[in-house]
Write a protein that binds this ligand. Structure first.
Ligand code: NAD
Length: 476
């Protein structure tokens, strides 16, 4: 059994749950301790005790711990990549890439720990000096989803620790393995006892206990919009700081003047890689009339060559769906789309392999319109729809007509349209001639509308959530 990590020690539990490989349901990766509400209380108490020591540690101490974590993650990328692919189902190259990203994030925030400076400002009053300091928020709860089981914990834990907060990480129940491996590395990084804690288990038990704990000063959660909304309400009730990254229904606009190969490659990558299980996935392909038929034909042609198989097998393009519930949801949406009058051009069925897993063929709907349920709801699977539009203006309107606003993309060779789209797309991130998914770690990440709430994650923007500003006036 893999135990929780609380107050610098490993703590077992009476209750455990199994981590099942979605490529091969006969393969149980391990069992993991389900934390109790009392365990959450112990973790918060430990984090509170550790706060003074860690927040007042020198920038060099913070750098050294975070750099150690990043170095070990990078050194073990192949092993950790295998574990990630096995528990989540993304392909081995995707999983190894995610592990590398986690290592890079720790290295980046090791540097940020020593660059955490304030400002000295002249007062409008004579004889007074002003300094602004960035100080930690306190004990923070970090609640993460299953689809990036090491990168998202990394992009929350690393800035939280870099800026002197103490941490309780609650990973998704479906993928505790990568978070546990991260905790194991953190446990050897020289952090004081209690500065980092891991509590695994259900959102409705462990997550809720964290969100409602009076000693948790901030909650950063990445997950679905329903969960985000509930967390925002709880945090507002007790005036805790909150940061939410939620779903997406991201449009990729393809204009008549697009390079067709660039457009198809961006759409295939954005819609189907990582089994479409990315908040930044291109689930709406908004295509102008002049290129529509060529684009659709090229998509269907490319989709036939995509190999859906075991995440660990060489040559797999698309791994399985993460679990039975998500697979059922995807297949239900295939039925919904058909009932709404969309035409299923390709895929959308369950696939049987020698090993039992949650496989499905990537699906492409055509002849859809933006008001259809399949174009409103986040499906979170390898399902995309083509929405035919007359021209750029109609494309922009359709792209923005969504309750979400995480990322949006355009494929065009026109500087005029690319520039206009960058200005007018109602999303937090815009991609030109690139997939809507795939971001850098040193720049802000986040969205608008129902996709995000609170300040941005990643890059230097992370300082906003993980610190509070103190303004000091001095008459020397
Ligand atoms: P989810 O909302 O079911 O769970 C997310 C986390 O919240 C899990 O750790 C879960 O245990 C916890 N949780 C659930 N109920 C809770 C509660 N009542 N109180 C506290 N915590 C609770 O999401 P998921 O299925 O794990 O992940 C998929 C979702 O995450 C998708 O909607 C996807 O778009 C989103 N996502 C967003 C981003 C982003 O950065 N915008 C990135 C990745 C995934």
């Amino acid at each position: 059994m893999k135990p929780n990590y609380i107050a610098g020690g490993w703590k077992e539990s009476d209750k455990v749950y199994r981590n099942i490989n979605p490529s091969d349901t006969g393969d149980c990766i391990d069992t993991y301790a389900a934390a109790s509400v009392a365990d959450v209380g112990s973790a918060v108490a430990a984090a509170k005790n550790a706060l003074d020591g860690w927040s007042l540690s020198t920038p060099q101490q913070k750098f050294t711990a975070l750099d150690f974590i990043g170095t070990e993650i990078l050194a073990r990328k192949d092993e950790l990549g295998r574990l990630l692919a096995r528990e989540e189902g993304k392909t081995l190259p995707e999983a190894t890439g995610e592990v590398v990203r986690a290592g890079q994030i720790f290295k980046f925030f090791a540097g940020e720990a020593v660059r955490n400076w304030g400002e000295h400002i002249s007062s409008v009053r004579p004889g007074v000096d002003i300094d602004t300091l960035r100080q930690p928020v306190g004990v923070v709860a970090l609640i993460t989803p299953w689809n990036f089981p090491i990168a998202i914990p990394a992009w929350k834990v690393a800035p939280a620790l870099a800026f002197g907060n103490t941490v309780i990480l609650k990973p998704a129940e479906l993928t505790p393995g990568s978070a546990w491996a991260l905790a194991d590395i953190v446990s050897r990084s020289g952090l004081p006892k209690g500065a980092f804690n891991l509590v695994m288990g259900k959102g409705s038990v462990v997550g809720e206990a964290l969100v409602n704990h009076p000693d948790v000063a901030g909650v950063s959660c990445t997950g679905s919009i329903g969960v985000g909304r509930a967390i925002a309400k709880s945090c507002a009730d007790r005036l805790a700081k909150v940061q939410l990254e939620m779903g997406g229904k991201n449009p990729l606009v393809v204009l008549d003047d697009a390079d067709i190969d660039v457009a198809v490659s961006a759409a295939i990558n954005g819609a189907y890689f990582s089994t479409g299980q990315r908040c930044t996935a291109s689930s709406r392909l908004v295509v102008t009339a002049g290129i529509h038929d060529r684009f659709v034909a090229a998509m269907a042609n490319t989709m036939q060559s995509l190999k859906v198989d075991d995440a660990l097998a060489a040559g797999t393009d698309i791994g399985p769906v993460a679990d039975e519930t998500q697979l059922k949801k995807n297949l239900d949406y295939i039925d919904i789309g058909k009932k709404e009058g969309a035409k299923l051009l390709y895929g959308g069925g369950r696939l049987k392999k020698i090993k039992v897993g949650f496989y499905m063929t990537p699906a492409l709907f055509v002849e859809t319109h933006n008001a259809m349920k399949i174009n409103r709801d986040e499906i979170f699977g390898p399902v995309a729809s083509v929405i035919r539009v007359k021209d750029y203006d109609e494309a922009l309107a359709a792209a923005n007509d969504t309750p979400f606003g995480l990322t949006s993309g355009i494929c065009t060779t026109s500087l005029k349209y690319a520039s206009h789209f960058k200005m007018h797309a109602q999303s937090g991130m815009v991609m030109v001639n690139l997939p809507t998914a795939g971001v850098d770690y040193h720049v802000p990440f986040g969205g608008r509308k129902g996709s995000s709430y609170g300040s941005r994650e990643q890059g230097r923007a992370a300082v906003e959530f993980y610190t509070t500003v103190k303004t000091c006036y001095t008459a020397p």
